[in-house]
Design a protein around this ligand. Structure first.
Ligand SMILES: C[S@@+](CC[C@H](N)C(=O)[O-])C[C@H]1O[C@@H](n2cnc3c(N)ncnc32)[C@H](O)[C@@H]1O
Length: 313
């Protein structure tokens, strides 16, 4: 299988995770396996790496890549990182020194999977990371959601100015002809733009496709559910490293880290603390970390990446 993905910010993430022989780590987003294999090389022969992915193709590729030495210490799970607590319990995987999540999608999913995640090719409108999950795909959303729901998706996750106009046009069009392929949607997007802006249709298409993908995979809800579970499962002193590619995701990570690093939140005029809240840890990345110029030039997909790291007390 030719599963393509170049890891982003790998060296930086490893600097924050500081893996040592004998430690256990979780890679919540296996993808092409770059992070998992690097962690395995640090922790073997005693330490283990538990890797999770929603996409069966990522797991198949990983199993084929591992050396026999790595295989003994690699646990690969098909699942959703939002269920991290259950996954850890089912595999009796404890004593966790670090957790990394490189959120979003792999190059394989974008370019090779044929799931309609990119608007560049004619592909079925699917967009699911987990193709074994029979629930909602992009085609279902486009052909069944109300105009208001579509507008919300495009506006909230794509931040597109023409969200309302495109949602209205979809609902009108699908009455005559349901949407099946990416090209059905790109044609409609192009036609919906005012004439002077039609040459920029790809910018709008990118935002609309991104919004749909986020909705299909419940990406923001998954992240919100995952973060407190991950922090809870770490050993004291354990590190949580998150790499995100979308400002909405980064906002969620930033807010969670800031809140988790705060102690008492009582109003300033309370003579004594009533909330009893203690800091759960400290933020290791006072400023956001991005890929350096060399990495951005070598791998342009690293340009929007943002890394934040947290250390549990
Ligand atoms: C950017 S890739 C990870 C790349 C990986 N770090 C590497 O080095 O190859 C993101 C991966 O996360 C997976 N993913 C996205 N949301 C997920 C979720 N909620 N649970 C588990 N995996 C998820 C995607 O299927 C994709 O394979």
């Amino acid at each position: 299988m030719n599963y393509n993905h170049e890891p982003v910010l790998l060296e930086t993430a490893l600097q924050f995770l500081e893996p040592q022989p004998g430690q256990n780590f979780i890679d919540a987003t296996l993808g092409g396996g770059g992070y998992s294999r690097a962690l395995l090389d640090y922790v073997i022969p005693e330490g283990k790496v538990l890797s999770i992915d929603l996409d069966p193709a990522a797991l198949e590729n990983y199993q084929a890549q591992l050396s026999s030495k790595q295989k003994k210490n690699a646990i690969a799970v098909h699942g959703n990182f939002r269920n991290l607590d259950d996954i850890v319990r089912n595999h009796e995987f404890y004593n966790i020194a670090g957790i990394v999540a490189d959120i979003g999608l792999s190059s394989y999913q974008l370019d090779q999977s044929g799931r309609g995640i990119t608007f560049q090719n004619k592909e079925p409108l699917d967009m699911r990371f987990d193709v074994s999950d029979p629930t909602t795909d992009a085609r279902f959303i486009i052909n069944n959601h109300s105009e208001e729901q579509l507008k919300e998706i495009f506006r909230n996750y794509g931040e597109d100015r023409l969200s309302g106009k495109i949602a209205r046009a979809i609902v009108q069009r699908r009455g005559e002809k349901p949407f099946h392929y990416t090209t059905d949607l790109t044609e409609l997007i192009r036609e919906s733009l005012p004439k002077p802006q039609q040459h920029k249709w790809q910018d709008t298409a990118r935002r609309i496709f991104q919004a749909l993908r986020i909705a299909v995979n419940h990406e923001l809800e998954n992240l919100e559910t995952f973060l407190p579970k991950a922090l809870d499962l770490l050993n004291p002193g354990g590190k949580l490293v998150i790499i995100s590619f979308h400002s909405l995701e980064d906002r969620i990570v930033k807010k969670f880290f800031v809140e988790s690093s705060r102690g008492c939140t009582c109003p300033i005029d309370f003579p004594i603390c009533r909330c009893g809240k203690n800091p759960l840890g400290m933020i290791l990345t006072k400023k956001i970390v991005t890929a350096n110029e060399e990495e951005q030039a070598r791998n342009p997909r690293s340009i929007p990446a943002k890394l934040r790291a947290f250390k549990k007390l």
